[in-house]
Design a protein around this ligand. Sequence first.
Ligand SMILES: [Zn+2]
Length: 64
Amino acid sequence: MNATSSFVEPTVKCHHCGDDCPAQPLTIEDKHFCCIGCQTVYEILQANDLCTYYNLDEKPGISL
Ligand SMILES: [Zn+2]
């Protein structure tokens, strides 16, 4: 019955803020962004090699 190739896209989350992205999210490579603001922030972080911003849980093991 359902001969139509209905393609249901999964909900895409913004890589920066985690909000749901619009139907046509902004993208950088395979990352999706909900708005130009989040995309711009990501571009700045990436340009400055600061993507570790997303890995703040990783604490360097400082030992004497
Ligand atoms: Zn966002």
